[in-house]
Write a protein of this length. Structure first.
Length: 210
């Protein structure tokens, strides 16, 4: 007699349809963990902070360098004007030579003619005058060749030698003194152009305003 073995069909199907534990874990595992998202966001914030800090530092350094440059320009103009307004018959020759050595462009070639009325007056004057600078301020800035829109054109007399020219206004006072004592002070206003020529600040323009 043969023995018949019966296999429950329902039981086999249930085993086949029962999901495996590994498949269940894969279905419920997130593709990107919350930790990964936070790390990515933190990385973006760090990069943005570094870029912002670099921009702030660069802007601060440019402002600092600009202020330092303008201070040099003002000092150069004031020193040159100080020699000019303190000329007298005893130092006129050395003063004119010093003024000439620190000029450039057309002013350098025509300085003697520009100063002729003043030097003549100083040589023939019986009184001795002293000058005092009361105020110095930058009137305008011109950069070349890539100057910003709206800025004045560069000085054509320099032939493109100057990378930048600053115009400085100077308010000075002249006090003349003779045997009878001091005379009432006279005001003297000057407009002086200071140009950067190869890193050296030189005087490229002079106007007597009063």
């Amino acid at each position: 007699m043969s023995t018949l073995t019966f296999v429950s069909k329902g039981t086999r199907d249930e085993r086949e349809e029962e999901p495996r534990e590994e498949d269940a874990e894969l279905e419920h595992r997130p593709l990107v963990s919350a930790f990964g998202v936070a790390s990515a966001a933190l990385g973006v914030l760090c990069i943005a902070a570094i870029v912002l800090a670099s921009l702030i530092w660069s802007s601060h350094r440019e402002q600092r360098d600009e202020l330092a440059y303008k201070s040099r320009v003002l000092q150069t103009a004031a020193d040159w004007a100080g020699v000019l307004i303190n000329m007298n018959k005893d130092n006129v020759v050395s003063s004119v030579q010093k003024l000439h050595d620190e000029t450039v462009g057309t002013l350098n070639t025509e300085l003697d003619k520009v100063l002729a009325p003043l030097t003549t007056l100083v040589k023939t004057a019986e009184s001795k005058s002293t000058g005092q600078i009361n105020a110095v301020a930058i009137e305008s800035v011109s950069r070349a060749p890539n100057r910003p829109p709206g800025s004045p054109p560069p000085d054509p007399t320099l032939g493109g030698l100057a990378s930048r020219t600053d115009t400085v206004l100077i308010i000075a006072t002249l006090v003349a003194e003779n045997k009878g004592g001091k005379r009432p002070p006279n005001s003297l206003d000057l407009r002086i152009a200071v140009s950067d020529v190869g890193g050296q600040l030189l005087i490229s323009g002079l106007d007597f305003l009063g």
